[in-house]
Design a protein around this ligand. Structure first.
Ligand SMILES: *Cc1c(COP(=O)(O)O)cnc(C)c1O
Length: 371
């Protein structure tokens, strides 16, 4: 699904130098490499504060802790996402309230969010799924009129631009009260291990986020809050600093592959290409087709015989996951999400796809669907 080896080979001298500089400095934790990457990312995103942390799941957890959301409070999120989004909500003792998605963009449906509001709702977590922003005009409006926090899960959309109705632009993750991302190796900005970051323009909240990631410590060895230990290490930060400088180039490569796929599958009666939301550009973390009248799992198996990896993101909606079964929800309550879980398939998507690979992948897909 991704080719990190070829990507590394192209930037090997810079990466190897950056890593060996950290080793020679022995500043493995909170060293200048972390500060340097943090500042570069603040500049790139146009955000006042980037707080690095250990992974994307921690970023979400720390954001919720720093906002002072209390056990029993309800947090609304999408039913069609990676489990981490709902996991931290449940782990902190909040009540995850899942809602259905837009059938075209796969992102939170604003009307479904409005219907899920109760007096206990405290926050909404829009996920910018597969590399495209959710409808943030609507999310910010709902939050403002109901006094809620917006926590953006930008783990799949770093670098994407959201275009507001008035034409102004902001980077994914810098629109709500707080934004979260992951630097897992296969993410659009991936390191060579685990990593994550939290974004905010709120100076007070930034202070609190820095306290929470550092054991709730305000003054050394004085703990006013219960926190966590969540750090980005210096070697990962050094790798990320090199790769951040190439992020826009990488997004362009992903878009070229997506355009190739689009052209091969457009107007096919059995395949729907990913919709482009007019208020976001797309950084194609995933290229995901919706299939019609074909056995999606058989397509995946057929592609495997052609050495084409394909993945199902995601096969089971949150409300049908064993760990998250809830008497409030039953099968059929989320028709769009449930339909997508049965019909989507994601094709290889990364920065190194060449013409021959794209031809092989698209002709293999078409061989199956036209059979
Ligand atoms: C990857 C991902 C996460 C979690 O990131 P980790 O760094 O693996 O903890 C959270 N939410 C979404 C939508 C993701 O894709």
């Amino acid at each position: 699904m991704v080719d990190l080896k070829r990507q590394y080979e192209k930037i090997k001298p810079e990466i190897d130098q950056a890593i060996s500089d950290v080793i020679n400095s022995t500043a493995f934790i909170n060293g200048p490499a972390v500060k340097g990457f943090q500042e570069d990312l603040e500049k790139y995103l146009g955000v006042r504060h980037v707080i690095p942390c250990a992974n994307g799941t921690d970023a979400l957890q720390v954001a919720m802790m720093a906002l002072g959301i209390k056990p029993g409070d309800e947090v609304i999120t999408t039913n069609f996402t990676f489990i981490a989004t709902a996991e931290v909500i449940a782990l902190l003792g909040y009540v995850p309230v899942v809602v259905d998605v837009d059938p075209d963009t796969f992102n939170l449906d604003p009307e479904a969010v409005r219907r899920a509001l109760t007096p206990k709702t405290r926050a909404i977590v829009p996920v910018h799924l597969f590399g495209q922003c959710a409808d943030m005009d609507a999310m910010m409006e709902i939050a403002a009129s109901n006094n809620l926090f917006i926590i953006e899960d930008a783990c799949q959309a770093i670098g994407a631009d959201y275009i507001f109705k008035d034409g102004s632009r902001k980077k994914a993750g810098t629109i709500g009260h707080v934004g979260c991302t992951s630097f897992f190796p296969s993410k659009n900005l991936g390191c060579y291990g685990d990593g994550g970051a939290i974004f905010t323009n709120d100076d007070e909240l930034a202070k609190q986020l820095r306290v929470v990631v550092n054991h709730g410590m305000t003054v050394r060895y004085y703990h006013d809050f219960i926190g966590v230990n969540s750090r980005l290490d210096s070697i990962q930060a050094a790798v990320l600093k090199v790769k951040l400088a190439k992020l826009d180039e990488y997004a362009a490569a992903r878009n070229r592959a997506a355009d190739f796929y689009d052209n091969a599958f457009r107007n096919h009666p059995k395949l729907s290409i990913p919709a482009r939301f007019e208020r976001s550009n797309h950084v194609f973390h995933q290229y995901t087709l919706v299939t019609k009248d074909i056995d999606r799992n058989a397509l995946q198996e057929f592609l495997a015989t052609k050495d084409v990896p394909a993945m199902i993101y995601y096969p089971v909606p949150l409300h049908m996951q064993k760990a998250y079964l809830d008497p409030r929800y039953r099968e059929g309550d989320f028709p769009v999400t449930e339909h997508l879980c049965r019909t989507v398939i994601s094709l290889p998507m990364h920065t190194e796809l060449d013409h021959d690979q794209l031809i092989h992948i698209t002709s293999s897909v078409l061989e199956f669907v036209n059979a």
